[in-house]
Design a binder for this molecule. Structure first.
Ligand SMILES: NC(=O)c1ccc[n+]([C@@H]2O[C@H](COP(=O)([O-])OP(=O)(O)OC[C@H]3O[C@@H](n4cnc5c(N)ncnc54)[C@H](OP(=O)(O)O)[C@@H]3O)[C@@H](O)[C@H]2O)c1
Length: 277
């Protein structure tokens, strides 16, 4: 049985990777922060046959004021993993925020990168550390039922009776973490070797369209009467970190390799709402 090391196994994505890998018969090792602080510069990864790195500094706005910590986790950790890999398969998860958002069509893996903020720059640095060694899988707009994420934030606000304003001029490809975890394990099974892939949901939507679909599905499944959120421009929601206006990812390379595509957003949202407490 294969020993799989999962870094960040308590995260939004990582916990699904741990769950699915265990179901598929891997012996999974996923140490928590208490046993293994991934900020250390002398990490010992122990024995493993393959590794998936889901750990990251993901606080996009806080990264602007903590660039060194973000760099240590998003680039220092991949650098140490690259060193430890010694020819073993390593999958590393990266982000749509390596792009500047000026594209008018979903980004291909080979498109030029130009990150706008500290988070995107440190994630790009992490990609460079693993280039030629690991398989880099960029994804976008992750959501899942068990950790804070955009759907949870907007639904909590709406359910508490507060007005919800959501930007309608940033576009991306929302991706349910259970679907991405399945794609990562399918990819590991075909041992693709070093390279960069995109793995994201099939629909390009704005944050406002995403929230609207969430609220309407919640109303259908749960009998609520949440009103549609109010659309606002990014200029009305200033944040410390700049964000790409368009960061949709084109994942067709992966589907062309025989990996089953991530299902439509409506299906992902329906599953997400069903799993809420
Ligand atoms: N979330 C998104 O919308 C999104 C979009 C595109 C790409 N991505 C990428 O997808 C990957 C997974 O993201 P995610 O949303 O699942 O992240 P997440 O929920 O923030 O999880 C990050 C993981 O890293 C761990 N971690 C952070 N600092 C650590 C430290 N010092 N020592 C040990 N563990 C540490 C966390 O542990 P704790 O549980 O202890 O905090 C957690 O397990 C990342 O590479 C991210 O860049 C995410």
């Amino acid at each position: 049985m294969e020993n799989l090391l999962v870094l960040g196994g308590t995260g939004l994505l990582g916990r699904w990777v741990v769950r699915l890998a265990t179901e598929r018969g891997f012996v999974v090792r996923a140490s928590g922060r208490e046993e293994l602080d991934l900020l250390r510069s002398d990490l010992e990864f122990g024995a493993f046959d393959a590794a998936i790195n889901c750990a990251a500094y993901t606080a996009v706005d806080r990264a602007e004021s903590e660039p060194e910590v973000a760099f240590r986790l998003n680039a220092g950790l991949p650098a140490q993993l690259a060193w430890a890999a010694a020819g073993r398969p390593v999958l590393h998860v990266s982000t749509d925020y390596v792009f500047n958002g000026e594209s008018t069509r979903p980004y291909q893996p080979s498109d030029p990168v130009d990150p706008l903020g500290v988070y995107g720059r440190t994630k790009r640095d992490g990609e460079l550390c693993l280039e030629g060694v690991g398989t880099i899988v960029r994804t976008s707009w992750l959501f899942g039922p068990e950790r804070p994420c955009f759907p949870r934030a907007v639904l909590q606000r709406a359910l508490s009776g507060q007005a919800v304003r959501v930007v309608d001029d940033q576009w991306g490809t929302p991706t349910h973490v259970a679907d991405l975890a399945r794609v990562l394990l399918d990819l590991l099974a075909i041992s693709p070797g070093p390279g960069t892939f995109h793995a994201a949901g099939p629909e390009v939507v704005s944050w406002h369209q995403f929230a609207t679909q969430l609220f309407r599905e919640h109303n259908l499944q749960r009998g609520t009467a949440l009103p549609d959120p109010e659309p606002i421009p990014t200029s009305a929601w200033p944040t410390p970190a700049p964000r790409p206006a368009f960061s949709a990812l084109d994942s067709s390379d992966l589907w062309g390799m025989g990996i089953e595509a991530i299902p439509p957003l409506a299906e992902q949202i329906s599953r997400y709402i069903r799993a809420l407490d």
